[in-house]
Structure formats: C-alpha cells, structure tokens
Design a protein around this ligand. Structure first.
Ligand code: F6P
Length: 320
C-alpha cells in the first residue's frame, strides 16, 4: 500500500475532469492516503507546482467544466531531462504513485514517465475526442456531444426557415468520433470524418437534386480533421448554387457543466484508478467497454490507434 499519491490533468480540458479528480482525492483520503495535486499538467510537475489536497480542496467542483488543477502543454516534458526533473519533484514530496487524467498524448507522457521506473502510474482517459484506444468512452465526450447537439438543433431552426445548407465544423483533429456521434444523434444528412472517404462533388450533386425535389434544408457535420469547414461550405455553396452557411463551434465544445454520464463515469473511474495506484498497480488505464469498467495496459494504448466504428459509419449512411 502506498502512503502518498498525486493526481494531474493534462492535454485539452474536458467536462468531468473535475469529477474524476474529486473522486481520486476523496478515495485516497477515505483510504487514509495522502493526496497531492499537480497543477498545470506536466509543466507544473517540472516547475514543482505540486500541493497537498484535502477533501475540501475538491468541494464545489463536480458541477464545473474545465479542470481546477489547470492543464498546459509542455515542451520540456518531451525531453528525458525534463521528465527526470518532474519525477524528482514528485519524489521530493514523498509521492509514491501518480494518476494521470488526459487524452492520448497525456497518457503517452505517462508511459514515458513510467519508463524512468520507481513510480506506479495509472491513467484515466479524459478528452472530448473519445479517441483513446481500448475504451468506448472518454471523460467529457458525452457533454461535448450534447453541446454539439444543442447547436445542431438551433441551426436546424434557421436552416429550415431559409432553406439553407448548414455546415457545422466540430472538433476532432485526428478523429471523427465526436462528429459521428453528434451527426447521427442530430440527424445530419452528411457526416464528413477523416476515417471515411467521401466525394464532395457527388455530395453536391445529391444535395442539388434533393433540393429540386423539395428538400427544405440540409445539415452537414464536418470533423475538423477533414479540413476547414469554411472551405467545404464555400465549395458546397458554389457547386450547388444553394444558400450555404458555416458554423465553426470551436472551443465552446470543450466547456460547460458536465452531463450526468460524464460525472458518474468520471467518479467511477476516479475511484478505480485511485484504489489501483494505492495498491501499487502500474501502467493501467481504466476505461469502459460495453458498459463495464476495464483496465487497459498503458503500453497498448500508446501502441494502438482507436478506429472509428465502421458500424456507425454504415448507420450514418443508411439514415442520411
Ligand atoms: O481536446 C482535444 C481537442 O479538442 C481536439 O479535437 C482539438 O483539435 C484540440 O483539442 C484543440 O485544442 P487546443 O486549441 O487547446 O490546442
């Protein structure tokens, strides 16, 4: 049993990170284990921005988006010297284990830290992108999809009033998960993702003939990984001759009070991760598979890329 652990959030913030941090902290305290917060991600670990937390430190945060611990990108952590410094800082506080809450890149950082040895490391997938291998779910993705859905619903009202085509660009630099989930749930006619080929000219021809047959409006969801929504919208407008508008949702998708699903799953994963690291488990990431908590090998996450479910791509085509 470890006597002292730390928790950090890293990468892009996501709604529910606070709920996960709260669960890690309160589980440790329940187990009579000291718990420290690393502020501002790996950069804060290098700068020794590390402070002991109490149960009260995580009061009044379960409902808040973002991460009260802060998060930052760190160039220095990419170097071995930076990681050694970070590890030394943790050890100087008597910290014996670490819980990392973050996406693919942050978990990759955890794997590199763990290569230095001497420190059990456990992860929790936290990113709105839902693109961590081995888990169906990442913290924040549910809230983000609901934010996108709300936007789609509103854009439908104005699209139908004007008989317009609306292109909605959503986040997902490398992954189309967010676009696919929101597009299917929002009833989009087309969902353009980096993982599936599409022919924009063919789409334009279809849109034109649909409008000629009386279609009132069209919703097209574009993952940012496909390219600029603005450019795609411009091309659609030019090729179809139909009035087209583009909405780029941007960082609005990352904010907001976490949904029930994000709060609940973050709390469950936070407890599991804390208990695991306290008992000395290392190189494990806790996620969900078919509704059940699963432990995934951190090295498998680092060495694999989550692919978009082809069933969802097929379904999107059938329902369009
Ligand atoms: O959180 C992941 C993500 O939302 C990506 O989909 C997006 O490309 C990226 O963050 C942008 O983040 P930032 O502007 O903070 O670099």
């Amino acid at each position: 049993m470890l006597k002292s652990i730390a928790v950090l959030t890293s990468g892009g913030d996501s709604p529910g990170m606070n709920a996960a941090t709260r669960a890690v902290v309160r589980t440790a305290i329940f187990e009579k284990v000291a718990v420290w917060g690393v502020y501002n991600g790996y950069q804060g670990m290098i700068a020794d921005d590390i402070h002991e937390l109490t149960s009260r430190s995580v009061g009044d945060i379960i409902q808040r988006g973002g991460t009260f611990l802060g998060t930052a990108r760190s160039e220095e952590f990419r170097t071995e010297a930076g990681r050694k410094k970070a590890l030394k800082n943790l050890q100087s506080h008597g910290i014996e284990g670490l819980v990392i809450i973050g996406g693919d890149g942050s978990l990759r950082g955890g794997a590199l830290l763990s290569e230095l040895g001497n420190m059990p490391i456990v992860g929790i997938p936290g990113t709105i992108d839902n693109d961590v291998w081995g888990t169906d779910y990442t913290i924040g993705s549910d809230t983000a999809v609901n934010t996108i859905l709300d936007a789609i619903n509103k854009l439908r009202d104005t699209a139908s009033s004007h008989r317009r085509i609306i292109v909605i660009e959503v986040m997902g630099r490398k992954s189309g998960w967010l676009a696919m989930m929101a597009g299917i749930a929002g009833g989009a006619e087309y969902i353009l993702v980096p993982e599936a080929k599409f022919d924009l000219s063919q789409i334009c021809r279809e849109l034109k003939s649909d409008y000629e047959r009386g279609r009132r409006y069209s919703i097209i969801v574009v993952a940012e990984g496909v390219g600029s929504g603005m450019e795609i919208g411009k091309k659609i407008g030019q090729e179809t001759g139909i009035d087209t508008r583009v909405s780029v949702l941007g960082h609005i998708q990352r904010g907001g009070s976490p949904s029930v699903e994000d709060r609940l799953k973050a709390s469950i994963l936070g407890e599991r991760a804390a208990l695991a690291v306290i008992s000395g488990v290392s190189n494990r990431v806790f996620g969900f598979n078919a509704g059940k908590v699963v432990g995934i090998d951190l090295r498998d996450i680092v060495n694999n890329t989550k692919t978009l479910d082809p069933e969802l791509v097929r379904l999107a085509n059938v329902l369009a």
